[in-house]
Ligand binder design. Structure first.
Ligand code: ZN
Length: 199
């Protein structure tokens, strides 16, 4: 705090002096804020929790921590008479907010719009379903992203006409299991059709 007990003479010669009278207070608020933000940040980093919301939270916290550091440097520089540090820090903080926002948006936008998985993925689902014994055909395949690595699929399988419902259900379960094993897709809705009436 010695820095602020003996401010440089320049500080008293400027008209802007009155604006920066509470530098020690500003410094204290920033340091307290940095500690408060650091607690959840370290908690997230330590537990290594994964997930979209946790990642967004972590980026928001790191952005805040960076903003505090920028503000801290600015306050110290202003205390030494470098008044341009104040607007410069504001611009840097604004830029960090914009870039972290763009980063999170790009990272998550495909979940919001339900992006279609790759053609290879669709073909893999169809061929896997067809490879199960008793499946005569596959149609009306739909798939969309419902999370960064989570795909929701739905389709119809055709089984031989007059197949008992228990057996048809067993075939559908087998398809579901094989798709989960082969593609990792856990969210699969299967509708069973008799082979003749494929609607
Ligand atoms: Zn159908």
């Amino acid at each position: 705090m010695k820095l602020f007990e003996k401010p440089s003479p320049k500080l008293f010669q400027t008209a802007e002096t009155s604006e920066f009278q509470n530098l020690p207070l500003a410094l204290a608020v920033i340091i307290v804020g940095m500690f408060v933000i650091a607690i959840p940040t370290f908690y997230i980093l330590r537990t290594k929790t994964k997930g979209v919301s946790v990642k967004a939270q972590l980026i928001a916290l790191l952005k805040d921590e960076f903003s505090y550091i920028a503000a801290l440097i600015a306050v110290i520089l202003v205390g030494q008479g470098y008044y341009l540090a104040d607007p410069a820090a504001s611009i840097i903080v604004a830029a960090v907010i914009v870039f972290s926002g763009i980063y999170l948006f790009k990272d998550n936008v495909h979940c919001l719009v339900g992006r279609t998985p790759s053609k290879e993925f669709m073909e893999k689902i169809e061929s896997t379903a067809k490879s199960v014994e008793g499946v005569l055909g596959v149609h009306d395949l739909r798939a969309e992203y419902v999370g960064p690595n989570v795909i929701h699929t739905g389709f119809h399988i055709e089984v031989a006409k007059n197949t008992p419902i228990e057996e048809a259900d067993h075939i559908a379960e087998e398809v579901k299991e094989k798709i989960s094993h082969e593609t990792g897709c856990q969210h699969c809705v299967i509708h069973v059709d008799p082979a003749e009436r494929s609607t």
